[in-house]
Ligand binder design. Structure first.
Ligand SMILES: C[S@@+](CC[C@H](N)C(=O)[O-])C[C@H]1O[C@@H](n2cnc3c(N)ncnc32)[C@H](O)[C@@H]1O
Length: 284
């Protein structure tokens, strides 16, 4: 079942959190000369029109990137990510939003390896054409969960993985956990970035603790967990309250960079008085 299309959600508060973390991790990895590999297991289309009918349907970007795009008072670690979104909009107006492959394309060097997986045929076609000229890049239409093991460890033994499934099927929660466990067994130094939605659903509320327990024993450099809650549940208890990112083997700089941004993100993107964040880490 491939009903999910990220175009409906492009630039929302969850994309902001996810892409801020991705931005900080990729910039950190590019500081060393030795090339690295990024595997994006659920890549989407690469970039999205904010003016198109999908993004306009619910206008989710208006509670996300729109609240940051024109600001002059951004905390320093947030500036780089917002600048990338501005770079993706050459005439200055917010018309397009870069997905994770576009962010990777803007930050990674020609010598770095990019491996992206996308199952949806339309999004895969768009992604393949977007990345067609990028060296050291492979775009696959295979299952990212299944293929991940064949990517690890990468030849340079410097690597990061972004896992960002739709979670429309509950089995995605178990698959993410299994993929982290197997991935850390194959490559204990790999930086794993796992996005998840904050829902009032057992699988969602338990995921962070399960990821932490797995990384506690297997990740060489510990873990970091960040969650940004922007909304209250609706009257039936449904709705996405916010989202989280779990990072195994995070750059040692990431905690303080996020600490500098999160109060600002709560203030700008919070949709009720109780909006809040969690930031925790186990440093090794
Ligand atoms: C949340 S979106 C990805 C957004 C993207 N990572 C970004 O940040 O711009 C999830 C994507 O995963 C795709 N997908 C779902 N299951 C998949 C699988 N097993 N392997 C690869 N892609 C999958 C969906 O078609 C969808 O485009």
């Amino acid at each position: 079942m491939l009903a999910y299309r990220h175009a409906f959600h492009a630039g929302n508060h969850a994309d902001v959190l996810k892409h801020l973390v991705l931005d900080r991790v990729l910039r950190y990895m590019a500081e060393k000369e030795k090339p690295f590999t990024l595997v994006d297991t659920h890549a989407g289309a690469g970039g999205y029109s904010i003016e198109g009918r999908y993004a306009q349907k619910n206008g989710e970007f208006s509670h996300g990137i729109s609240r940051l795009y024109d600001r002059q008072d951004l905390p320093v670690p947030l500036q780089g990510y917002v600048d990338l979104v501005r770079q993706f909009n050459p005439d200055g107006q917010l018309r397009q939003y870069p997905g994770s492959p576009a962010i990777a394309n803007m930050l990674m060097r020609e010598t770095d390896r990019l491996r992206v997986y996308e199952l949806h045929p339309t999004d895969h076609r768009i992604l393949e054409s977007y990345l067609a000229d990028r060296p050291n890049t492979q775009v696959s239409d295979k299952d990212g969960f299944v293929s991940l093991k064949s990517e690890l460890p990468p030849p340079s033994r410097r690597g990061a993985v972004l896992m960002d499934p739709p979670y429309e099927i509950k089995t995605d929660y178990a698959k993410v956990l299994a993929a982290l466990r197997e991935g850390l067994q194959r490559f204990p130094e790999c930086v794993f970035m796992i996005w998840y939605p904050q829902l009032q659903l057992l699988e969602s509320t338990q995921l962070a603790q399960r990821l932490k327990s797995s990384a506690d024993t297997a990740a060489k450099k510990g873990w970091l967990h960040v969650r940004l809650t922007v909304q209250q549940p609706d009257e039936k208890g449904f709705g996405m309250l916010g989202s989280g990112m779990f990072v195994a083997n995070p750059p040692f700089t990431l905690h303080d960079e996020l600490a500098a941004c999160l109060p600002y993100l709560v203030e700008r993107m919070g949709q009720y008085d109780g909006a809040n964040f969690v930031l925790e880490q186990r440093a090794v």
